[in-house]
Design a protein around this ligand. Structure first.
Ligand code: C2O
Ligand code: CU
Length: 588
């Protein structure tokens, strides 16, 4: 903390915090608006580059089709799209996750869909989500924070006929703007860092100290909190109201008039600001009223008490607990045919009745009790249901068509933004109270504050895959990288068998029937002759965990029952060595 360079951004921010000064003392930069890609085929190159954020200093960055961040992708609901994602990084793997999308697990772009250097990954899927603001970002296990911070993130805007029926601003860069809000850590060499709380560099679309000319009319902003761990309490500098019209996965039932909007990492909201109420040439700021954030949320004035937080710069970071400017608006003349009114309402939201449900899941957030006291409750690593993430383990099984209620309980001293892949959910209650208007629509991320319990309802439709899991995790990227993540499989609802023959297709051979409730395997071997055979269970790395049978099997059908209740959860292989060799994947 003694280096000049480290302190420079802090001094800048200290001055920026003093209202009225920024526009006069410091040069502000025109807000960068990402280019767009549209159609049904999208080509994205994951690439390295350098970006100048601080004059005279090159910062190494990552981007899609450019040095930093990525183009905004426009998709239409109902289109079948192909994305060709080429990893041009010389040595690093990456992944691209389509955050908020309902799609097959193998195209999800989570930690299981690694793209190696020089490889092109081409997911193809039908766009099923409603019109709203989504995003794409890197999601490699233990690399998410640094890759997203270096620039691997972009926005996706889905359009549909329902949204098109409302009189809303939708001219990109004219009356409809993306706002990707992020804070970054710069080290003394002006390189982007991770894993500390020294994220003093606030950027919108990668622009420091941005301003934007806005026409004197109703303007739409698509707000994305793309920060590693900071939440924002957005509001206008004159405290006037604006209208929230959409949450993560779709329009609300009606515009919600408010003067504050909280967004935690991963969350999106669309808002309308009526600049018709301002005079030409007037300036105002979009701010974060961080002094109003409840304790425990990263960005607030205090989060538990922990020496690690102090060492990592949390309390020296002037963005924490202080109100600060995010973006200056300069009001200019209206466009031709401006939108001047706010719609009265949108379509009702098709809530899912809370009974009957097919299953319930409980997820408890707790510290790793290996570390002790306040430290663990504030800094983690954090567990979900007492487990840390492992690439080869499976945490939750659900079934195609299931309606489920999930209960999230936070037993730590820090708020976690919970995200689940594949589905959008509806919040049923927060500590037994109905959700406020801003949390009453389509959601895929929700901030769970310390000691809170949140219940949501959802349905697992359309996509099942007995081998490729989806993820749920904390969207605070450092927590996620540290293992605050789990997997779920969506399985066939009528046939509970997970049966994946890996290298054998034939008449005779092994079939496996798995009964989850009893943790029992029924192994059937059909052999065309009597022969010496061995059947055993190995872990994913081939280490034998259990021998099922070793001896002579007879001609015809042979049955073996085997309890796997004593194996820890995970993916295993049942190996049959008889008339031929066969391996079948099972999940405990
Ligand atoms: Cu935005 Cu699993 O991620
Ligand atoms: Cu977390």
């Amino acid at each position: 903390m003694t280096s000049m360079n480290r302190n420079t951004p802090l001094i800048l921010i200290a001055l920026l915090l003093i209202s009225g000064l920024p526009g006069k003392l410091f040069s502000q930069n025109p807000l960068f608006i990402p280019d767009t890609l549209s159609g049904t085929t999208f080509n994205l190159n994951i690439q390295k580059g350098t970006t100048v954020f601080y004059p005279g200093h090159n910062t190494n960055t990552l981007g899609y089709n450019g040095a930093f961040l990525g183009p905004t992708l426009f998709m239409n609901k109902g289109d079948s799209v192909t994305l060709n994602v080429k990893n041009t990084l010389p040595v690093e793997n990456s992944t691209v996750h389509w955050h908020g999308f309902h799609l097959p697990a193998k195209w999800d772009g989570g930690p299981y869909q690694l793209i190696a250097p020089n490889v092109t990954w081409s997911p193809k899927f039908k766009v099923l989500n409603k019109a709203a603001t989504y995003w794409y970002h890197a999601h490699q296990h233990m690399k998410t924070e640094i890759q997203v911070s270096k620039g691997l993130a972009g926005m996706i805007i889905i359009r549909d006929s329902e949204e098109a029926g409302y009189n809303l601003p939708r001219h990109y860069k004219v009356d409809d703007f993306p706002l990707i809000v992020q804070t970054r850590i710069f080290d003394p060499f002006y390189q982007i860092g991770s894993a500390t709380h020294e994220d003093t560099a606030l950027m919108v679309n990668g622009t420091l100290r941005p301003y934007l000319q806005v026409p004197k009319q109703v303007v739409r902003f698509r707000m994305l909190n793309g920060s590693a761990d900071r939440s924002y309490e957005f509001g206008l500098s004159d405290n006037s109201s604006f209208f929230m019209i959409a949450s993560d996965g779709g329009l609300l039932a009606q515009p919600y008039s408010t003067n504050r909007l909280r967004l935690s990492p991963g969350e999106r909201a669309e808002i309308l600001i009526n600049f018709g109420n301002y005079t030409l040439g007037q300036s105002l700021y979009l701010m974060s009223y961080a002094s109003e954030l409840p304790k425990g949320i990263i960005g607030a004035d205090s989060v538990g008490t922990s020496t690690l937080l102090i060492q990592d710069g949390y309390y020296q970071n002037l963005l924490n607990g202080n109100n600060f400017n995010v973006l200056r608006f300069d009001v200019i003349a209206p466009t031709a045919n401006p939108v001047t009114t706010i719609p009265a309402s949108f379509a009702p939201i098709p809530y899912i009745p809370s009974s009957p449900v097919d299953a319930t899941q409980k997820l408890n957030f707790s510290p790793d009790f290996g570390t002790s006291g306040q430290q663990a409750l504030v800094d983690g690593p954090f567990f979900i249901n007492n487990r840390t993430f492992h690439m080869d383990s499976m945490n939750i099984k659900t079934y195609l068509g299931n309606t489920e209620i999930w209960t999230l309980t936070n037993k730590t001293l820090v708020a976690h933004s919970f995200h689940i892949h594949d589905i959008q959910f509806f919040i049923l209650d927060i500590n037994h109270n109905p959700p406020p208007p801003e949390l009453s629509g389509y959601k895929d991320v929700v901030l769970v504050e310390p000691d809170d319990t949140i219940r949501f309802i959802t349905k697992f439709d359309d996509f099942m895959d007995p081998t490729v899991p989806f993820m749920y995790h904390c969207h605070l990227l450092h927590h996620e990288d540290d293992g605050m993540m789990g997997t779920f499989l969506v399985l066939d609802s009528t046939n509970h068998t997970i049966n994946v023959p890996e290298n054998y297709v034939g008449q005779d051979g092994m079939k496996i029937y798995q009964n989850f409730s009893e943790n029992e395997l029924l192994i059937k071997i059909n052999s065309d002759k009597s022969t010496a055979s061995a059947i055993y269970i190995t872990d994913i790395l081939g280490k034998v965990q259990k021998t099922v049978f070793n001896g002579l099997i007879s001609k015809g059908e042979n049955e073996f029952k085997l309890s796997i209740a004593d194996l820890s959860s995970g993916i295993y292989l049942v190996v049959y060595n008889g008339t031929h060799q066969q391996r079948v994947k099972i999940i405990r």
